[in-house]
Design a protein around this ligand. Sequence first.
Ligand SMILES: NC(=O)c1ccc[n+]([C@@H]2O[C@H](COP(=O)([O-])OP(=O)(O)OC[C@H]3O[C@@H](n4cnc5c(N)ncnc54)[C@H](OP(=O)(O)O)[C@@H]3O)[C@@H](O)[C@H]2O)c1
Length: 222
Amino acid sequence: MTNNKRIAVLGTGMVGQGIANKLISLGYDVMMGSREKANEKAVAFVTSHASTGRASNGTFAEAASYAEIMITATHGESILSILNGIGAAALANKIIVDISNPLDFSQGMPPSLSIVNTDSLGERIQRAFLSARIVKTLNTVNVDVMVNPKQLAERSDVFVSGNDAAAKATVVDLLKEFGWDAPLDLGDITTARGTEMYLALWIRLWPIVGNPHFNLKIVRAL
Ligand SMILES: NC(=O)c1ccc[n+]([C@@H]2O[C@H](COP(=O)([O-])OP(=O)(O)OC[C@H]3O[C@@H](n4cnc5c(N)ncnc54)[C@H](OP(=O)(O)O)[C@@H]3O)[C@@H](O)[C@H]2O)c1
């Protein structure tokens, strides 16, 4: 049975925590998934929201079976193996909101991008799981901005990429609940190349700005 107020968050890092906490504050039921069900960060998330009765934790596979909408906030280079572990059958028709970036820190800082130009991580996920509905979004902003865009001094922009119009509409509604008034639909999942490659600039703006709380604003001609 579909529960539209139920969302799975795959990932226990800064992004997984930030998104999951925001969803709880918005009234969603949230299961946080990780490699080990007993992951201490996932357990702490559940404990911190015990009074709501709406937070739970599980393995990545348990989280995937929990909801029709999954948000992937895991280490970029691990995402395909995580989803392969869950299996295509369990991912069929799911909306997979992909926030991850294909950053390679193996040579230190700044990280390079392991997928560029003619491909993107979003496309790789969609090609690997043809019956899942991938929507790439929020990967261009720091987690604090993702869940509270109005903390910035001016209105700014967030982007969505994906092949399935209905899935994108569902995700746009969720983004509006986060505080993004007018998410920009870039088109199909190939447009994720643009937002993922923007990370090469984002990572270099960070020390110039002095903190990660900044974003793009698309300003059009008069
Ligand atoms: N930090 C930001 O503000 C920000 C902004 C935009 C986009 N992003 C993107 O969001 C994603 C999450 O970022 P993050 O900083 O929150 O967390 P992260 O440290 O990149 O990833 C943490 C998650 O990845 C899983 N993981 C790590 N290595 C793994 C492996 N070898 N196999 C399976 N799972 C593995 C961990 O699983 P366990 O819980 O089981 O340990 C954990 O849930 C990244 O792709 C990042 O590029 C981050």
